[in-house]
Design a binder for this molecule. Structure first.
Ligand code: SAH
Length: 481
């Protein structure tokens, strides 16, 4: 499933234009070595970048314009990683992060940067990505200022925390430290919706009280692996999911009784079974434990049913901004047909159904597609239909059967568009194309092919994830004559 949480493992380092030329001797540096460094710019993961003897140095937590003493943490052939040993000259935009662990776990890369500067950074990331892939005409693209939040905290509707019992027998719940498997317990988290953290910590306390068997990765023993809490901002529904190592959930009755009594805000309790050692958080099987099987979120006057595994953007307030931008960019006229590719639970397509003649969408997750069709029905929408499958498979099939969309909106995961899909789009050439991207690198790469047939009218970045380096963008493309 698309994972909006995964870190960006883009190969930016290898494509960095400023790397030293091959014939230059590589610099002799050792781990632990310190040197003064001026931060020239910030890279796509929010880290500061400076140059030591013309070698790029990536240094998390450092801001543009700062002068630091860097301490080398790893040496690669063409770049170095370092940490801040000392800041000699701080940026005027540096602020104190609210979360004490902000520099330890992923997802808080920019919490030390004043918010207006975060917004500028995100637009700059789009610009840097274009610079790297150079789609024809990129210098003239209209990059609009990033749309941000009035209050860039407490926005996140979902927490997915690993649980572990520490050496003292205490149950901890949180995220892994970066580039490691060390769990960092998160008693508070400034970007989460308060209700999410209240439920999360209360459940952790219950697990402790009931002495529940917690999964132990090394031994392969124990049961509870992960806790997921998702809240619907506009209906107050809250879903709690226990991801477990086995079908069995010991003390289930006591646990559910306590949840019902002490956490009345929880409207749905589910269990997802994910046995054994695996890098995937979610397993295939989801069981109903208590309350409703799904929660409902309301967006732009429409209701959306959310089952446990269905993807939903993490920031409900900015979701409305993002979808309004997608709608504006599509500029659908009555009578036009539209494809909602990578549709999730149908959020984008269903919001277009009042104008469109027909909406067709697809997603690879069957539950999400079921939700999308159920959402159409629940909202009295009869001209939208969703199918299970990949965009690259289904779009050509639909076209073979005579369906020629006037508009396509794509909202792919971080990997971007499949080449086959790009080829299909370029063969079918719908007049209107909107690309909703959650990864400027793959966006820039995909634009290289798309600009042959499409003009980029503008790129509107939207900040869906304040305090992180993540950047979303809506691109309006119009078919060339
Ligand atoms: N438009 C939705 C979902 C976007 S997330 C929203 O705004 O909420 C991207 C979605 O693409 C995920 O739901 C994921 O399951 C789906 N997906 C991943 N690969 C796909 C593919 N090859 N074809 C179609 N959908 C895919």
């Amino acid at each position: 499933m698309a994972n909006y949480d995964s870190r960006n493992h883009s190969n930016q380092y290898h494509q960095n234009n400023r790397r030293p030329r091959q014939e230059e001797p590589s610099v002799q540096v050792e781990v632990g070595q310190r040197f003064p460094l001026t931060i020239k710019r910030m890279g796509i993961n929010g880290e500061g970048i400076g140059y030591y003897k013309r070698m790029a140095v990536f240094i998390p937590g450092a801001l543009t314009g700062e002068e630091v003493v860097a301490e080398v943490t790893s040496v690669a052939q063409r770049f170095l990683r370092a940490k801040i040993h000392r800041i000699r000259l701080a940026s005027p935009h540096r602020v104190d992060p609210r979360d004490s662990y902000a520099d330890e776990v992923g997802g808080f890369e920019l919490e030390h940067l004043a918010y207006p500067e975060q917004l500028k950074f995100k637009r700059d990331i789009v610009s840097q990505s274009l610079e790297r892939y150079q789609p024809v005409g990129f210098k003239h693209f209209d990059l609009r200022p990033t749309l941000g939040m009035a209050d860039p905290y407490g926005y996140r509707n979902k927490a997915q925390f690993q649980v572990r019992r520490n050496a003292d027998g205490q149950i901890e719940a949180g995220l892994y430290a970066e580039r490691s498997h060390d769990l960092v317990d998160l008693p508070t988290c400034s970007v989460q919706m308060p209700v999410v953290m209240t439920v999360m910590r209360a459940v952790v306390a219950m697990l402790q009280d009931l002495d529940m068997p917690i999964y132990d990765e090394e031994q392969g023993s124990g049961i509870v692996k992960t806790l997921v809490v998702r809240a619907a901002a506009n209906t107050n529904d809250v879903q709690l999911v226990f991801i477990t190592n086995s079908q069995k959930l010991p003390r289930k009755r006591e646990l559910l009784e306590r949840i019902a009594k002490e956490l009345p805000q929880v409207t749905s309790v589910m269990q997802n079974v994910n046995p054994g050692k695996t890098s995937l958080v979610w397993g295939e099987e989801t069981k109903h434990l208590a309350g409703a099987e799904a929660i409902t979120e309301k967006l732009d006057g429409l209701s959306f049913k959310l089952s446990a595994r269905a993807f939903l953007q993490l920031n409900p307030a900015q979701m409305e901004v993002l979808y309004a931008e997608a709608k504006k960019a599509l500029d659908l006229q009555p009578g036009e047909t539209v494809v909602d590719a990578y549709s999730g639970i149908g959020t984008i397509g269903l919001s277009l159904a009042d104008v469109a003649e027909e909406v067709r969408g697809m997603d690879v997750i069957p539950e999400a597609v079921d939700d999308a069709n159920a959402n159409a029905e629940a909202n009295g929408i009869t001209n939208a239909h969703y199918e299970v499958g990949t965009a690259e498979d289904l779009l050509p099939k639909w076209i073979m059967t005579g369906f020629h969309p006037d508009a396509i909106v794509v909202d792919p995961p971080r990997t971007g568009l499949d080449d086959t899909l790009i080829d299909t789009i370029l063969a079918v050439r719908p007049p209107k194309l909107v690309y909703v991207s959650c990864n400027p690198s793959t966006l820039a790469k995909d634009l290289v092919a798309l600009v042959h047939d499409y003009h980029v009218d503008y790129i509107q970045s939207v900040d869906m994830m304040p305090q992180t380096a993540r950047c979303e963008a809506v691109v309006k493309l119009t078919r060339r004559q």
